[in-house]
Design a protein around this ligand. Structure first.
Ligand code: FA5
Length: 348
C-alpha cells in the first residue's frame, strides 16, 4: 500500500473513531494516538525520506490535509461534547426565578431607641446640638454641680449604684447640663443641647419603673429665655409623639437644679384618665421633669445668671414608648422577647 493510501486509511480510521466517541477523555486519547509524535501519521511522514523529490511535496501536502481534517474533527467533537456537558449541567441546575426567595430576618432598632431617634431628630431640626455623656459619672457632675451637695435630702429621690464613693452609675442625664455649660462659649450664641442615654437608679421595678431606663436631657441657655419657651418646646414634643390624641398637663414640682420646676403628665393610655393600676389611679402618667435653670447651677459652671438664663428638661422615652404603643409593663421592653419587640418594626 502506498503512503497516500496509508494516510487515507488513517484518516478514515481517525474520523470514524472521533465520530463514535462520546467522551471528552476519549477524544483526547484519539488526538494523542493519531497526531502525537509517536502516532501513525508521524510514522508515515518519516517514510517520506524514501520518496522521490517529485512525490515528496505531494505526499507532504496530503499528509497536512489529513492532519488538518483530523484536528478539525477532533476540535468540532470536543466543542460539541463540551456544549452537551454544559447543557446537561444547566438542565440539572435549572433555577426557577419565580420561586419565592428565602427571607432573612432583619434587625431593627429597639423600640425605645426608635423613640429616642425620633426625639433627637426633632431637636436637631430645631437647631439643638447632640451631646453624649458617660453612664459612669462623677458624683460631682451627677449631683454637686446640679445644686445637690453631699447631704442634700433630694439625693434620696435618686439613690444609685456606686462604683466608688465619688464615682457612680448616673441617675439622670442632667450631668450633661453642667458639663455642657462649662464647655459652651456663650459669646458665640445660646446653648441648645439634647443628650440621650441610659441611666440607673435603685428603684424597685414595677409596671412604670425600671432600675435601668433612658432619658433625653434638653437644655437651652441664652438671653431672654422664658418659661413660655419651655412650655412651647414641650408641646412640640407631645405633638410629635402623640398628635392630639392625649392630653398633657404641667404641674408644679421640685428639682434642686431648676426653679420653678414642673413635671409633665400625659393621660393614661389604658384608662384614658379614669384611673387604673398602671397610673396608680391618678389617670395620668408622668413623663418628664423640667424647669427654669437654677442660678446656682449657672454660677457653679461660671455662667453669669444676671445675664444668662433658660430652661432644662429630662424626659423618659421608656414611658413615652408605653404611652405611644399601649404597653402595660415597662419590664416588657427589657426582657428581649423577640416576638414582643418585632411588633415595633418600623418597616412593618
Ligand atoms: C429627673 O431625672 C430630672 N433630671 C429631670 C429634669 C431635668 C428636671 C432637667 C429638671 C430639669 P425624674 O426623676 O422625675 O427627674 O425623672 C425624669 C423622667 O424619667 C420621669 O418623668 C420618667 O419619665 C423617667 N423615669 C424616672 N424614673 C424612672 C424609672 N425608674 N423607670 C422609668 N422611667 C423613669
Amino acid at each position: 500500500m502506498g503512503l497516500k493510501d496509508k494516510l487515507d486509511q488513517l484518516r478514515q480510521q481517525g474520523l470514524t473513531e472521533v465520530k463514535a466517541s462520546s467522551d471528552l477523555n476519549k477524544i483526547n486519547d484519539i488526538r494523542v494516538k493519531m497526531l502525537g509524535k509517536k502516532g501513525p501519521i508521524t510514522e508515515v511522514l518519516r517514510g517520506m525520506r524514501e520518496l522521490s523529490a517529485e512525490e515528496r511535496p505531494k505526499i507532504g501536502q496530503f499528509a497536512n490535509e489529513v492532519r488538518d481534517d483530523l484536528t478539525n474533527a477532533i476540535e468540532a467533537k470536543r466543542s460539541e461534547l463540551e456544549q452537551a456537558k454544559i447543557n446537561a449541567q444547566l438542565e440539572h441546575e435549572k433555577l426557577d426565578v419565580t420561586l419565592p426567595g428565602n427571607t432573612v430576618p432583619q434587625g431593627q432598632p429597639h423600640v425605645i431607641q426608635q423613640i429616642i431617634d425620633q426625639l433627637v431628630d426633632l431637636f436637631i431640626g430645631m437647631g439643638y446640638e447632640v451631646a453624649i455623656g458617660d453612664e459612669v459619672e462623677e458624683d460631682h457632675y451627677n449631683f454637686e454641680m446640679l445644686n445637690l451637695p453631699k447631704d442634700h435630702p433630694a439625693r434620696d429621690m435618686q439613690d444609685t449604684f456606686y462604683v466608688t464613693p465619688e464615682i457612680l452609675m448616673r441617675t439622670q442625664t442632667s450631668p450633661m447640663q453642667a458639663r455642657m455649660l462649662e464647655q459652651h462659649d456663650f459669646t458665640k450664641g445660646p446653648l441648645k443641647m439634647v443628650s440621650p442615654g441610659k441611666v440607673y437608679r435603685r428603684d424597685t421595678d414595677d409596671a412604670t419603673h425600671s432600675h435601668q431606663f433612658h432619658q433625653v436631657e434638653g437644655m437651652v441657655i441664652g438671653k431672654h429665655i422664658t418659661m413660655a419657651d419651655l412650655k412651647g418646646t414641650l408641646e412640640v414634643v407631645a405633638q410629635e409623639l402623640f398628635g392630639d390624641e392625649l392630653d398633657v398637663r404641667l404641674r408644679p414640682s421640685y428639682f434642686p437644679f431648676t426653679e420653678p420646676s414642673v413635671e409633665a403628665d400625659i393621660t393614661c393610655f389604658n384608662c384614658h384618665g379614669r384611673g387604673c393600676a398602671i397610673c396608680k389611679q391618678t389617670g395620668w402618667i408622668e413623663v418628664l421633669g423640667a424647669g427654669m435653670t437654677h442660678p446656682n447651677v449657672l454660677k457653679m459652671a461660671s455662667v453669669d445668671p444676671e445675664v444668662y438664663g433658660g430652661f432644662a428638661f429630662g424626659l423618659g422615652p421608656d414611658r413615652f414608648a408605653m404611652l405611644k404603643y399601649g404597653v402595660e409593663d415597662i419590664r416588657d421592653f427589657y426582657q428581649n422577647d423577640v416576638r414582643f419587640l418585632t411588633q415595633f418594626n418600623q418597616k412593618g
